[in-house]
Design a protein around this ligand. Structure first.
Ligand SMILES: Cc1cc2nc3c(=O)[nH]c(=O)nc-3n(C[C@H](O)[C@H](O)[C@H](O)COP(=O)(O)OP(=O)(O)OC[C@H]3O[C@@H](n4cnc5c(N)ncnc54)[C@H](O)[C@@H]3O)c2cc1C
Length: 462
């Protein structure tokens, strides 16, 4: 996205480089670091403002509204649309809002809008407590909470947004409000799934769950049509204490896997058992049985651990990735056979299909209770292709789309936090029917002029 700047560097400095906020413009030392995001999408904002508190965020929002600046919001920088930056825009970088305050007595914690999942999980983990996030440490609590949050505790503890109990929000008018079940309930509804459409969340208040230890890690086994289909079925049928993320790909050169298996198709089964540690075998033995039938376990890092220690470190940089998300009814043997064939095709650095089995606590919540409408979907997945450069990765987009279409089996629903474009069809797939209509109505109330549009944008209802 490119936009013509509506402000000068001097104006933005005068207005915003005050009271603990920092402004960085092109040519300043640190500009390249400030504009960098996890995606290879290369964007050059006209200014990056990094506030240190809620007042600084409100000032920046008012400046954008007054000057007509295109405003993009950056928390963890992991938007799959590369949304944390826009060419020519004013980027509101929330990384200065980095506090985590635990109130163990009320089993809640406040997290600043720029905190990453890993930092948050470490802080609350020191108290034997958890809030569920995704699989990566570096993802921002901002983007993942506002989108959904599907991870290694989703079947036992729900989506990340199910643990949100309140949010401090700067609205498009520059006002600071706290939204929860009693105050601004429509805003609270929309924040849980509606992405960055409704305001800037400066602080999230999360429920904390007692979970000093889980049993988790990754079992690597040979990918065959049968092993993949069996693992998906097993993950569905498992007690809800077991959450599973299956990645099918040619085996990377993992030190624990014998070299003769490197490059051959494997399933990397990331598992997390959140029930009593002594009962973990009840959930996990099936995975090892499937592995045994597929020729044996190739590697197994499953152990008792803190949840925060299961979150993955930053993914390697240097390769470009195209992704295509899907929801699926399941993965039968014929589809699994197709997947195993497809990930072995030449022409990319790596091809992979990831399958996250939902159900359990995700499905306990009615679809209309939050702006995440996909509670009844059995499987969330993503097709990925990696290439050395962004143009080469782009060439893989049709392949990823075609394979995702096979997997989705006719259902065009999409998870907003995984989408890669902002097309109206994508928006409708992420926010179908009544969800989209209600979001547009809430948008009209809190952002009638669509200031927050550098996202999977829901325009205000007319
Ligand atoms: C490597 C990787 C792993 C991932 N793993 C998972 C996973 O396991 N489970 C899962 O559910 N998702 C996962 N995701 C998707 C991820 O949740 C979304 O891309 C999310 O939007 C990233 O949030 P962020 O804050 O890091 O990104 P950013 O790019 O900083 O933010 C994305 C957008 O969210 C909005 N936003 C973020 N913070 C705020 C805020 N405080 N207030 C208002 N708006 C805000 C803005 O519109 C912003 O442009 C993953 C993504 C990547 C790249």
């Amino acid at each position: 996205m490119t936009t013509t700047p509506t402000f000068s560097p001097a104006a933005v400095r005068d207005a915003l480089d005050v009271d603990g906020s920092t402004v960085i413009v092109p040519g300043d030392p640190g500009y390249d670091e400030a504009r960098r995001i996890a995606s290879v999408v290369d964007r050059r904002p006209s200014a990056v403002v990094r506030p240190s508190d809620t007042a600084g965020v409100a000032r920046a929002v008012r400046f954008a509204a007054d000057t007509g600046a295109e405003l993009s919001v950056r928390a963890g920088g992991h938007s799959t649309m590369g949304l944390g930056r826009a060419d020519g825009a004013l980027t509101l970088d929330l990384r200065g809002l980095d506090g985590v305050v635990v109130d163990a007595a009320s089993r809640t914690a406040w997290a600043g809008g720029g905190v990453t999942a890993g930092v948050y999980a470490d802080v609350v983990g020191a108290h034997g407590l958890v809030t569920p996030f995704g699989d990566a440490r570096t993802v921002g609590v901002g983007g993942i909470t506002l989108g959904g949050g599907v991870g290694l505790l989703c079947r036992s503890h729900g989506l990340t947004l199910d643990s949100l109990v309140a949010a401090e929000v700067v609205t498009a008018a520059g006002e600071v409000v706290t939204a929860d079940a009693e105050h601004h309930p429509d805003l609270f509804w929309g924040l849980r799934g509606g992405g960055g459409n409704l305001g800037v969340v400066t602080r999230f208040r999360f429920a904390l769950h007692d979970l000093p230890e889980v049993v988790g890690g990754t079992v690597v086994l040979r990918a065959t049509a049968e092993s993949l289909a069996e693992l998906v079925a097993l993950a569905h049928a498992a007690p809800r204490e077991l959450s599973t993320i299956l990645t099918v790909c040619p085996c990377p050169p993992l030190p624990d896997v014998p070299p003769e298996h490197h490059g051959t198709p494997v399933v990397m089964a990331a598992v997390c058992w959140s029930g009593p540690v002594a009962e973990a075998e009840r959930g996990l033995s099936g995975v090892r049985d499937v592995a045994a039938r597929a020729g044996g376990v190739l590697a197994d890092s499953v152990r008792a651990a803190r949840y925060c220690d299961l979150l993955e470190p930053a993914p390697p940089v240097g390769a470009a990735v195209v992704t295509r998300p899907f929801f699926a009814p399941g993965v039968d043997v014929a589809t699994a056979e197709h997947v195993v064939e497809q990930v072995q095709l030449p022409g990319a650095l790596m091809r992979a299909v990831q399958v996250r089995v939902l159900g359990g606590a995700v499905a306990d919540v009615p679809p209309e209770a939050t702006a995440f409408a996909h509670r009844r979907q059995p499987v969330l997945g993503v097709v990925m292709a990696m290439a050395p450069t962004a143009p080469l990765a782009e060439e893989q987009r049709p392949w990823a789309a075609e394979l995702a279409d096979v997997l989705r089996a006719g259902d065009d629903a999409l998870y907003s936090a995984f989408v890669v474009d902002g097309d109206p069809a994508t928006r409708a797939a992420a926010y179908p029917g009544a969800t989209g209509e209600r979001l547009a109505a809430v948008k009209r109330r809190y952002d009638p002029h669509n200031l927050f549009r550098a996202n999977l944008n829901v325009p205000p209802a007319p």
